[in-house]
Every structure is written in structure tokens, then in C-alpha cells.
Design a protein around this ligand. Structure first.
Ligand SMILES: Cc1cc2nc3c(=O)[nH]c(=O)nc-3n(C[C@H](O)[C@H](O)[C@H](O)COP(=O)(O)OP(=O)(O)OC[C@H]3O[C@@H](n4cnc5c(N)ncnc54)[C@H](O)[C@@H]3O)c2cc1C
Length: 306
């Protein structure tokens, strides 16, 4: 086992790498786990990030970010963490290769895995009109008819956001399960709620429609699958990190990105929407600064005890 790290960052997306830039720049001994290839940003093109005009390749942003973090002294270990445990001084981290690391503090920046519906056409038309993120892709459907598939508040909020971008919005939801107030807001906004089950996304090279169980065909150009997000949360919950009580899907943090567990911080998509690079790096920055501060405090306490 190597010497104890000040900060271990779980996740190599924008949140984790921004956290690493801040911890390493503060001379906190930093290790970052995870592969940039598995970041949501890797295959995306970004055109709404501050200071980066045009359509920027997500892969390129990640490579630059990783380089920056390493140049400030962060170590990158491109393997998954499979277990986190509390120790007397901090945390024990086990990787998929059964290596063990120790750190005084942790930043969880593991992103989210979007829930898929496995509808016919979903995989084939992904990126050709099928999307899992209204915040990311809604803008590209200005003036075009779109459908949102989903039964919870993620789908309802997605439909409301789209209604501000385009006029014809269907919310396809056989069992809509949202608070009354949100239902009223949907009705008043003009979103058309369809209670039939979707069976197939139609189209060859781009989305041309959505086929429903009752035989109806919605002539839409975009299909947003908003079944909520499945957080890469198991690691955190096994450790005892609390989730937000409203939907139990994201890690609950305060404005300093602290979780309920002392020494554990979280940042980025894993803390909830909006799923945007700007939010991920903002939270990563705060989490990094606060984790480095906490690690410094813990080091001083260890010295005093010695
Ligand atoms: C198609 C698409 C288009 C998008 N377009 C835009 C856009 O235009 N503008 C915008 O701002 N945002 C966009 N986004 C959203 C943006 O990519 C995310 O909000 C952002 O990447 C979130 O950063 P993150 O660091 O929280 O998570 P991620 O980038 O998802 O990174 C998570 C990291 O955690 C790692 N990880 C997970 N589990 C473990 C584990 N057990 N051990 C170690 N590592 C682990 C993963 O390997 C990955 O490195 C888009 C997303 C998609 C999918």
C-alpha cells in the first residue's frame, strides 16, 4: 500500500478532473480514478460552455482537462473503484484490479447512467433524433415536433423545458406519476399528455415518428427518453452517503458539496440535474477546494497526535 493520499477523486469526467485541478494546485496529494472514455462528455459535442465557441469535441476537452490535472501533480489511475470503506483516518479504496489505496478525503464524481427503455429503434437512432438529455439537445429541435417518454418528474420537467423551445410537445406516459401541481403546470403549458405505451421509434437515418401501442403514429422529429437517471451510486450508498430524499436518485450535498459523511464530497451529474459541463466543473471546483481544506485539517490533527 502506498502512502496515504490527501484526496481520492472517483471519476474522470469534468467534475472529477476539475476537482483534481484544484486539489493538486493546492499541493494536496491527489489521485483520480476512472476512465475518461466512460465520461458522458466523451462522445458529446459542446457549444454552450463558457469561453469555448463553436462545437467542441468532448473527448478533446477531457484530454486537455486530464493533462492540466496531471501537470499540477494529480496522479491518474484509469481503473474503476469497486469498494469504499471508512478507516480510522479516512478511507480505504479498492479498485477493479484489487489494488488498495488510502485517502484522507474523497470526492465522488461518478456521473450518471441514463435509463434506457429498449424500444425498437432507440439504439439505431441514438444521436439521430433520439436523446437522453433535454438540457443538452433540446435546443437542436427548435420549431420541430418532439416527444418525451417517461413517467416521473424528470420527463415532466423535460417536456416543460421543450415547450419553451418548440410548440408541439407530446409527453408519452402510460402511467404519469407526478405531483398534482406539476400535472396542472403541464396542462396549462399546452404539453399534450398521451397515456398510450410507445412501441417503436420510426425512421431510417433520422427520427420520423413514434409508434404507439394503440396504432397511432406521432409525427415527431425528436424523441427524448427521460426515465430519470440511474446514479453510479452503489459505492456511495454502501459507504453510508445519503441520497436526496425527494427521488433517492442523486447524492445529497450542501453548498460546499459536502455529503452527510465527514470527509466525503460529491460533484457533477451524480448530484442531480441540470446535466451540464458548466455545473459539473463548478461543483468540482468547490468539492476540490473543500476536500483539500479538510485533508489539510486532518493532516494537522495527525501530526498533533504523533
Ligand atoms: C450525448 C450527450 C450530449 C451532451 N451535450 C452536452 C452539452 O452540449 N453541453 C453540456 O454542458 N453538457 C452536455 N452533456 C452533459 C455532460 O456531458 C455531463 O453533464 C458531464 O459530463 C457530467 O460530468 P461528470 O463529471 O459529473 O460525469 P461524467 O462526465 O459522466 O464522468 C463520470 C466519470 O466517473 C467515472 N466512474 C463512474 N463510476 C466509477 C467507478 N466506480 N470508479 C471509477 N470511476 C468511475 C466514469 O468512468 C467517468 O470517468 C451531454 C451529455 C451527453 C450524454
Amino acid at each position: 500500500m502506498s502512502e496515504i493520499y490527501d484526496v481520492a477523486i472517483i471519476g474522470s469526467g469534468p467534475a472529477g478532473l476539475q476537482a483534481a485541478i484544484h486539489t493538486a494546485r493546492r499541493k494536496a496529494r491527489t489521485i483520480v480514478f476512472g476512465k475518461i472514455e466512460k465520461s458522458a462528455l466523451y462522445r458529446a459535442h459542446v457549444e454552450n460552455y463558457f469561453g469555448v465557441p463553436g462545437k467542441k469535441d468532448g473527448k478533446e476537452i477531457l484530454e486537455i482537462g486530464l493533462n492540466q490535472a496531471q501537470n499540477f501533480g494529480a496522479e491518474h489511475h484509469p481503473f474503476d473503484v469497486v469498494k469504499l470503506e471508512l478507516t480510522e483516518k479516512g478511507f480505504r479504496i479498492e479498485t477493479e484490479r484489487a489494488e488498495i489505496f488510502e485517502a484522507l478525503t474523497i470526492v465522488i464524481a461518478t456521473g450518471v447512467a441514463r435509463r434506457k427503455t429498449r424500444l425498437k429503434g432507440e439504439k439505431e437512432l441514438l444521436g439521430k433524433g433520439v436523446s437522453y438529455c433535454v438540457d443538452c439537445d433540446g435546443f437542436f429541435f427548435r420549431g420541430l415536433p418532439v416527444a418525451v417518454i417517461g413517467s416521473g418528474s424528470a420527463a415532466a420537467h423535460g417536456a416543460l423545458t421543450l415547450k419553451k423551445i418548440t410548440s408541439e410537445v407530446f409527453l408519452v406516459s402510460p402511467k404519469l406519476d407526478v405531483p398534482e401541481e406539476l400535472k396542472r403546470e403541464l396542462e396549462e403549458s399546452g404539453v399534450e399528455i398521451i397515456s398510450a405505451k410507445p412501441v417503436e421509434i420510426l425512421g431510417e437515418n433520422e427520427v420520423e415518428g413514434l409508434l404507439l401501442e394503440d396504432g397511432r403514429k406521432l409525427a415527431v422529429k425528436g424523441v427524448f427518453i427521460e426515465e430519470g437517471a440511474k446514479g453510479a451510486l452503489q459505492l456511495a450508498t454502501v459507504l453510508g452517503v445519503a441520497l436526496d430524499p425527494e427521488n433517492m436518485t442523486y447524492i445529497q450535498v450542501d453548498r460546499e458539496q459536502r455529503t452527510n459523511l465527514p470527509g466525503v464530497f460529491a460533484a457533477g451529474d451524480v448530484c442531480g440535474p441540470p446535466f451540464q459541463v458548466a455545473k459539473a466543473v463548478g461543483e468540482g471546483c468547490i468539492a476540490g477546494l473543500k476536500a483539500a481544506e479538510e485533508a489539510g485539517k486532518r493532516r494537522r490533527e495527525m501530526k498533533d497526535e504523533a
